[in-house]
Design a protein around this ligand. Structure first.
Ligand SMILES: *[C@@H]1O[C@H](CO)[C@@H](O)[C@H](O)[C@H]1NC(C)=O
Ligand SMILES: *[C@@H]1O[C@H](CO)[C@@H](O)[C@H](O)[C@H]1NC(C)=O
Ligand SMILES: *[C@@H]1O[C@H](CO)[C@@H](O)[C@H](O)[C@H]1NC(C)=O
Length: 974
């Protein structure tokens, strides 16, 4: 009994002492310092940087418990001092001032505060407290991505015990001396992750001096640090460094010759603006396991020096201009796991024999100029997981594939032929299979693909000779499938996939011969549904709300009648394209109320009545194409709620109104086409100071506008004054709608298209190049003189003022528009001479001055040597070439102008395209992104430089090669 009492006594009187701080390992002052530190911040539970399942460490921090048991806190076993604090990714929002009790933890050896927000309360005041330099025992400091700003304190160089420093992803700035002192003082420093810290004040030539001080540094990570300039000394020769990342700096010039032996194992020099060849001295990187030179301007062949690097595991050479064949020796590397040569200009066939590559996992050779067949050895590599050879010029049949580890197989955009090999259906691990845009033929039972249980994305589009068969009673099982692209594969019958498909992100059945009714289940199958260019005549009546559908493209079908009720039930639409059908009825008000809608394209139908009148305040429309209908009445003033509107096309309707002043405030409006309506009256004064700052296409032709030309407006077209630069690779950029959902998925986009008349030709821009700048005021009743301000619109490509009542002279200022390609002033009452300044218009391809009252000698030289009689007919007073009327001595001649000539003139890329669409299948000739709407031989002769016979030889190419369902790629001829 006494024993029991003793026990009770012990329990009662001694148990509390276990919870008293007396027996805690943690020191009381450090415990309260931690708690006080905690009290200065709040924690975000939805912090997106972090794992959703992250442990909120500080929730275990409680008064009255041993701080050494708290999550994130490490103590010395013996002394009890806090030596480690790990609050990485805690979601902290707060500040660290220099009086923070964090700095009381003077024994800290490891401090991790990464991925927090320490500029939460006061952005402008958040500096990096110099107190961090007083942690004299600190070995590991991680403050990456913690929203610290300003100069890195000089006192950081006092951290002489530092082994690891991570400061990436902040707004921090280095002083050269601070960095130098730190490297000198911290003799055990092994790794420095300084990504995105600002080192722009540090002379690159001193970098190796700074780091030469350190014999311990193994890892140096300096991407995007603003380092730039020429390297005299070679940072690649640092004696101890094994991992060096200098990517995303503007190092420029040639890759440095390696005049040293190095211990580098990992080298990243991607996106550094390097030019020229890879030096042969790179063979000295004998220890290299990973080399990235992607995204530079490197050229020449892939040198054999690289293949001496027998330890190479990862080699990234993409996005350069490497040319020539891929040398066979590359295929002998035995350790290689990743080889990325995509987006270069590599040519020729791939080697037949491959002795290495047994460990190769990723092989990306897409977007080159490779030809020949795919060597069977490549299709039997034992470890290959990702093989992408998209967009080359490969031919022939595909042999049997026995790389069973393959997950991504992308062969699209080549000229491969024959059957789809049966062996593909045995590749059970496939998640992505892209075979589109080839010449595959034969019959494929769609059921075969359901053997590929992991398939996520399947693209068979644009294989005209391929037949797919679907069995009606088969239980297709595509549990993972999210993207299915079956465009242009001659589907006549509806694939009876029925409800057995899972919910897809993207389904493309465009450009087939599907007909009849679009069933409800199909509309419910996918988030983005492309059924354009088929023969559908109606849509099932949809009577319940469908909120999963983001994009519906039914353009170029034979839809008839009034389907607006079905459409009104699709409440989440971002894109609705019903263009080029035979739809009638009134455009329903609901379309102005679907606030997610970004693109509404109803052009070329038979809609009548007035425009929707109440665009909501939350209108997100970027593109509104209602042209080619029978709409009448007034402009809805509420259109000004659509603040993001970029394209408004109301051409070819019956609108009766004044010029819509309500559009003036639309900051992003780039294209305004009001052609062929019944708009009238003078274009009145400005309502706001800077209207239409983004406008690049202004077409109000074919109305009844009167009065003088709208000088005040033309003056404000700021975007027409800036000549847009061609991209580095010479390609054009196009107006594109930022459809959030589609862009995120990277599988579809909507390019705006518009019909314009330029160079005397009516055409459709399938995509609108951002450099296409034009004004068309023709066929109105404008009067008075052509105003000088037009000469300030430097970027103009097309100017059409024809068929008005303009008088006076052609202003000399038009001679300043050196980008002008088409100028039409015909059928006015212009007088005087053709100013010689116009010979400065070196881009001019078409002029029309006919039917005016011009006199005197036609200026000669440059482009004026290329125009024909038609450009001048109906001006009785003109003489000289090309007219047969010679100029007499009495004819006024234009004063001579400055002459200059550029052969490198940048015109539009005239490339032919094949266009066609399912129903009725029309093939026509388009030109680049221009697709002719009506064909007249004269134009073709003009377009093809007077050699119409060339037409037959022209290769028909696609407008744009894509794996997926780019909506609106093609426009048929009408
Ligand atoms: C630190 O000092 C600032 C003023 O400089 C004060 O507002 C803040 O409360 C102090 N913080 C602590 C933890 O004492
Ligand atoms: C080097 O570190 C020591 C110890 O922290 C410090 O006293 C000294 O000032 C540092 N030297 C420099 C140049 O920062
Ligand atoms: C580096 O390579 C070049 C040429 O490949 C060679 O001449 C030079 O001796 C090498 N230097 C060292 C230090 O290995």
């Amino acid at each position: 009994m006494a024993w029991l009492l003793l026990c009770l006594h012990l329990l009662f009187f001694h148990f509390p002492s276990f919870t008293s701080s007396f027996n805690f390992l943690c020191h009381h002052d450090e415990s309260s310092a931690l708690l006080q530190f905690k009290s200065t911040f709040t924690i975000r539970t939805d912090y997106y940087f972090c794992d959703e399942l992250r442990l909120l460490k500080t929730t275990t921090w409680k008064n009255g418990s041993d701080c050494c048991s708290w999550h994130g806190v490490t103590c010395n076993n013996i002394s009890g001092y806090v030596i480690g604090l790990n609050l990485g990714c805690e979601g902290i929002e707060g500040d660290i001032d220099s009086n923070s009790t964090l700095f009381n933890l003077s024994h800290l050896q490891a401090l991790n505060l990464s991925f927090n927000d320490f500029s939460f309360n006061d952005f402008s005041n958040t500096h990096f407290p110099s107190k961090f330099g007083e942690f004299s025992s600190l070995k590991h400091l991680d403050l990456s991505n913690s929203d610290l700003y300003g100069e890195i304190p000089t006192k950081i160089s006092h951290l002489s015990k530092l082994e690891s420093l991570r400061l990436s992803g902040n707004g921090l700035v280095w002083e050269e001396t601070t960095l130098k002192r730190l490297v000198q003082n911290a003799t055990n420093l092994r790794e420095m992750f300084l990504d995105e810290t600002d080192m722009s004040s540090i002379n690159l030539n001193f970098m190796d001096l700074i780091f030469n001080q350190s014999s311990s540094l193994v890892t140096l990570s300096l991407p995007r640090t603003g380092l730039s300039g020429i390297r005299k000394k070679n940072i690649l020769c640092l004696p101890s460094v094994q991992e060096l990342d200098m990517s995303m700096n503007e190092l420029e010039g040639q890759l440095p010759d390696l005049g040293c032996s190095t211990s580098l194992r990992i080298l990243d020099l991607s996106d550094c603006d390097f030019k020229g060849p890879i030096p042969s001295s790179f063979s000295n990187f004998t220890n290299l396991t990973s080399l990235s030179l992607s995204d530079n301007y490197l050229s020449g062949s892939i040198p054999s020096s690289l293949f001496k690097l027998q330890h190479l595991i990862h080699l990234y050479l993409s996005y350069n201009s490497f040319s020539g064949q891929i040398p066979s020796s590359l295929f002998n590397l035995t350790q290689l796991v990743t080889l990325d040569c995509s987006y270069n200009k590599l040519k020729g066939p791939l080697p037949k024999t491959i002795t290495g590559f047994q460990k190769l996992v990723v092989l990306t050779l897409n977007d080159n100029l490779l030809n020949g067949t795919i060597p069977s050895a490549l299709l039997s590599l034992p470890s290959l997981v990702n093989f992408d050879i998209t967009n080359n010029q490969l031919t022939g049949y595909i042999g049997a594939i026995s790389s069973y580890s393959l997950e991504e197989l992308s062969l699209c955009g080549n000229k491969l032929q024959g059957n789809i090999p049966e062996s593909i259906f045995n590749l059970e691990n496939l998640t992505t299979l892209c075979l589109s845009s080839n010449n595959f033929s034969g019959v494929v039972n769609f059921q075969n693909f359901s053997k590929l249980q992991n398939l996520y994305s399947l693209s068979l589009s644009h294989n005209r000779q391929l037949s797919l068969t679907f069995e009606s009673n088969v239980n297709y099982n595509f549990s993972q499938l999210r993207q299915l692209y079956l465009s242009s594969v001659n589907l006549t019958e509806f694939p009876k996939l029925s409800e057995k498909l899972p919910s897809l992100d993207s389904l493309d059945l465009s450009n087939n011969k599907l007909n009849g009714r679009v069933p409800t289940w199909l509309i419910e199958t996918s988030r983005s549904l492309n059924l354009s260019q088929n023969c559908f005549t109606s849509i099932d009546q949809i009577s319940r709300n469908i909120d999963q559908l983001f994009g519906l493209d039914l353009s170029f079908n034979l839809l008839e009648g009034d389907i607006t009720l079905s459409i009104c039930n699709m409440s989440s639409l971002q894109l609705l394209n019903l263009a080029h059908n035979k739809l009638t009825g009134i455009i329903p008000q609901c379309l102005a109320n679907i606030s997610s809608l970004q693109v509404l394209d109803l052009q070329m139908n038979r809609f009548y009545g007035s425009l929707p009148s109440n665009f909501s305040k939350s209108c997100e429309l970027e593109t509104l194409n209602l042209n080619g209908n029978q709409l009448e009445g007034y402009f809805p003033k509420s259109l000004s709620h659509c603040k993001n509107l970029q394209v408004l096309n109301l051409r070819d309707n019956k609108l009766v109104d004044k010029f819509p002043d309500c559009l003036q405030p639309l900051q992003y409006l780039k294209v305004l086409v009001l052609q062929d309506n019944k708009l009238h009256g003078p274009i009145a004064n400005l309502k706001i100071k800077h209207p239409f700052p983004s406008l690049i296409i202004f077409d109000i032709s074919g109305n009844n506008f009167s009065g003088p030309l709208p000088k005040a407006y033309l003056k404000c077209f700021e975007a027409m004054k800036k000549v847009s630069q061609v991209k580095d690779d010479g390609s054009l950029s196009y107006m594109e709608t930022s459809l959030g959902y589609y862009s995120a998925k990277g599988n579809a986009s909507y390019y705006d298209s518009v019909s314009v008349t330029t160079k005397g030709i009516k055409m459709t821009l399938v995509k609108i190049p951002t450099m296409f700048v034009s004004i068309d005021l023709s066929r109105n009743k404008f009067e008075g003189e052509i105003i000088d301000v037009i000469g300030e619109l430097d970027a103009l490509k097309g100017l059409n003022l024809s068929h008005n009542r303009l008088t006076g002279h052609i202003p000399q200022s038009i001679g300043k528009l050196t980008n002008l390609e088409s100028l039409d002033l015909s059928s006015n009452m212009l007088t005087g001479v053709v100013p010689a300044e116009l010979t400065n218009l070196i881009s001019l391809e078409v002029i029309n001055f006919s039917n005016n009252r011009l006199v005197g000698e036609i200026p000669q030289g440059q482009q004026f040597d290329t125009f024909s009689n038609d450009s001048y007919e109906g001006n009785l007073g003109l003489c000289g070439f090309p007219l047969s009327k010679k100029c007499g001595p009495e004819e006024p001649s234009p004063p001579s102008a400055n002459k200059f000539w550029s052969k490198e003139k940048f015109g539009f890329g005239w490339k032919p395209v094949a266009i066609g669409y399912g129903c009725g299948f029309v093939i026509g000739i388009g030109i680049g992104y221009f697709v002719l709407l009506i064909g007249k031989p004269r134009w073709l002769v003009m377009m093809f430089g007077g050699q119409p016979k060339q037409r037959g030889n022209r290769r028909r190419t696609r407008v744009r090669r894509t794996n997926g369902s780019s909506m609106n790629q093609m426009v048929p001829m009408s």
